[in-house]
Design a protein around this ligand. Structure first.
Ligand code: GDP
Ligand code: MG
Length: 163
């Protein structure tokens, strides 16, 4: 059984863009509209020398289970429970939101292995902006730009080390 690596984060932080980048082919839909990816997408991918089951989740959202958003959240939580490693993505351009902080708290309590990924950190000031995410208490952030393919090699190495 390949180990599962689950990409989590609130909507629009770049989870699907990162998923496509790591999968090296387009599978999930990436769109400017937040919350476009409604289903979990899974692919077998080679990451840092490991064959892993890479899972892109729908956005984690606080909502009752009888709503679409609630079912998306339930789906994300099911993927989480099976995860060998969680890639928790935040958006350094938007800055940390209450939702980011709530999910970080949840992840720390769940005691799952987590890599904190500070996405949209391209260009000048990107790495500095990523420093803000230390306060989530999930260790050193890995500053990347999924869209511009920056820092992705470092992320591959971190995944390999964590698995
Ligand atoms: P998801 O909802 O978390 O799956 O986010 P998406 O992957 O759908 O991306 C949401 C938006 O952020 C899209 O417009 C992407 O093009 C954009 N995006 C993703 N990664 C980056 C990045 O590294 N830098 C910038 N500037 N935008 C990005
Ligand atoms: Mg998505």
């Amino acid at each position: 059984m390949p180990r599962s690596v689950v990409i989590l984060g609130r909507p629009n932080v770049g989870k699907s863009t990162l998923f496509n980048r790591l999968a090296q082919r387009k599978i999930a839909i990436v769109d400017d509209t937040p919350g476009v990816t409604r289903d979990r997408k899974e692919v077998l991918a080679q990451i840092g020398g490991h064959e892993v089951l890479l899972v892109d989740t729908a956005g984690l959202e606080e909502a009752p289970p009888d709503t679409v958003a609630g079912r998306m959240r339930a789906s994300s939580e099911a993927a989480l429970r099976a995860a060998d490693l969680v890639i928790f993505v935040v958006d350094v351009r938007a800055g940390l939101t209450p939702a980011d902080r709530a999910f970080a708290t949840w992840l720390r309590r769940a005691n799952l292995p987590v890599l904190l990924v500070a996405n949209k950190a391209e260009g000048r000031g990107g790495a500095a902006a990523a420093m803000e995410t230390y306060e989530l208490g999930l260790g050193d952030p890995i500053a990347i730009s999924a869209e511009h393919n920056e820092g992705v090699g470092v992320l591959h190495e971190a995944v390999a080390e964590a698995l």
